[in-house]
Design a protein around this ligand. Structure first.
Ligand code: HEM
Length: 464
């Protein structure tokens, strides 16, 4: 193998002692990293994130080599005091790469396949509730909370085959608790600079996170028991678990609880943000919105259950609608630098030797904005770029908001179906306009744990 031998030989920016390049990474890190790649260091370089040496990966080729060709070397997750406190190396999201991860990943993937009918029915039910809520709205309103509850309920339907009312404070509190630790900046700081745990406020944060974990496990298992006690004939994640683990150990029960916590965490604000981005792009591009509505009217004409038809047998006729969603995914991937991966063995990438133990930051943004591939206008919203000459939707393979390879999003099919269903539910049924005061909303969005759109208000008028 050609290439440099040592970590020191990988190119990369100079970082401050102790914190490294952490401060340059606080907001819109995807753009900063891409600029550094283009201007100085190339597609593969290292940055110091706190005390963590991190490999930043850019461009389609490097992604393919790392996450497809060398998947076993690049599919790790870093262990840390804070993920240990919050997850105890259980679930999938922060789970280190080992046989247990494989076992639970395969179990989750297969369960979602087995219970797909329940998931699909759950999605349709939630769109009906969303439509009902939207038709009751008066004036111009921010719909984020409504969409978020609807997305959370799809996860609840998947796990427990039932929905929870917005007034159910028990579930609302559980969801709040699931998000509370990870939304705190102390979480990221401890992840990247573990020695901060010696500071009393940080060590308190860690013990609170561990306590929260125990409470969340208890609540999730209580909900599972409630659902079993109802003794309904069901097909959901709990029934899959009961079939696969007829006599579960305490450890396996805890694993189930933390997996479901991961689904709520990974499957609520992500889908909400991705859907709201698509809506916002349509508000900014009224001609695209009109063309999409014409397609919905034409393809779904005479279907008594338009949403159900759209996500099942009519999906492959909704070329333009799929292109709109794809273009929104491209321009605003909600996790532009994905999740940290971790190098599990000495390996190489694009000719550089990469040692075991580096963290990895996959910059999805760099592929979505690649000037060569998306020329001449990577910054412009243009759904047509995903259509061929006959108007058929074509996946380029260069849009992957869910990541690629072994560690890619296990909920991708659920998320894609939810977003398509909600697009149909909203734009087939309503004429939607953005409040005049939000017409110039900043499209850079809010660069927090995920990239979500800034707040905006909408008005919904039922269509004829
Ligand atoms: C638009 C919505 C969503 C987007 C853009 C998204 C994106 C992602 C990304 C980028 C990753 C990390 C991939 C990597 O490490 O390479 C991920 C992981 C994950 N996602 Fe999603 N996600 C979405 C919705 C969902 C939903 C609905 C669920 C579950 C119901 C879910 C569950 C997970 C889980 C469990 C993981 C960790 C997988 C593992 O490490 O094995 N996500 N997602």
């Amino acid at each position: 193998m050609s290439g440099k031998a040592n970590l020191e030989d990988l190119p990369g920016p100079w970082g401050f002692p102790v914190v490294g390049s952490l401060f340059s990474m606080l907001k819109y890190k995807e753009k900063t990293l891409m600029q550094w790649a283009e201007d100085h260091y190339g597609d593969v370089y290292q940055i110091q994130m706190g005390s963590t040496p991190t490999l930043a990966i850019h461009g389609f080729e490097a992604f393919q080599e790392a996450f497809i060709q060398k998947a076993s070397a690049f599919s790790g997750r870093k262990d840390s005091c804070v993920t240990d406190a919050a997850r105890d190396n259980k679930g999938l999201f922060f789970k280190q790469y080992d046989n247990l991860w494989t076992k639970w990943r395969v179990f989750s993937r297969d369960s979602f396949k087995d219970i797909w009918q329940t998931i699909e029915d759950g999605i349709v039910t939630e769109t009906e509730h969303l439509q009902e809520s939207l038709s009751k709205l008066e004036g111009e309103r921010d719909i984020k909370e409504l969409v978020s509850m609807s997305m959370a309920n799809v996860v609840m339907q998947t796990c427990f085959s039932r929905r929870y009312d917005t007034t159910d404070t028990k579930v609302a509190d559980l969801i709040k608790m699931i998000y509370s630790d990870i939304r705190d900046q102390k979480f990221t700081l401890l992840f990247l600079v573990p020695w901060l745990s010696y500071i009393p406020s940080m060590s308190r944060f860690l013990s609170d996170a561990a306590n929260n974990r125990k409470i969340i496990i208890k609540k999730m298992l209580a909900m599972a028991d409630e659902r079993r006690a109802e003794n309904r004939c069901t097909s959901d994640f709990i029934s899959s678990f009961d079939k696969a683990f007829p006599n579960p150990t305490t450890n396996e029960k805890e694993f189930l609880a933390i997996l479901m916590e991961d689904f709520v965490f990974a499957g609520t604000s992500t889908t909400t943000a991705a859907f709201l981005w698509a809506v916002l792009f349509l508000m900014k591009n009224p001609e695209t919105k009109n063309r999409m509505q014409q397609e919905l009217d034409y393809v779904l004409k005479g279907c008594p259950f338009a949403v159900k038809a759209a996500i099942t047998h009519k999906k492959h006729e909704l070329h333009y609608t799929q292109a709109v969603i794809e273009e929104s995914f491209r321009l605003r991937p909600i996790a532009p630098t994905s999740l940290f991966h971790y190098v599990t063995e000495d390996t190489s990438l694009m000719g550089y030797k990469v040692p075991k133990g580096m963290a990895v930051m996959p910059n999805i943004w760099s592929v979505h904005y690649d000037k060569k591939f998306w020329a001449p206008d990577p910054e412009v919203f243009r759904a047509e770029r995903h259509l061929n000459q006959s108007g058929a939707f074509i996946k380029s393979g260069h849009v992957f908001p869910f990541g690629i390879g072994w560690r890619s999003c296990v909920g991708q099919r659920i998320a894609e179906t939810e977003i398509l269903a909600d697009m149909v539910a909203v734009f087939h049924k309503f004429d939607v306009t953005i409040a005049a005061s939000d017409a110039n909303v900043d499209m850079a969005g809010d660069s927090g744990a995920i990239l979500s759109p800034n707040q905006f208000k909408l008005k919904f008028v039922p269509r004829n």
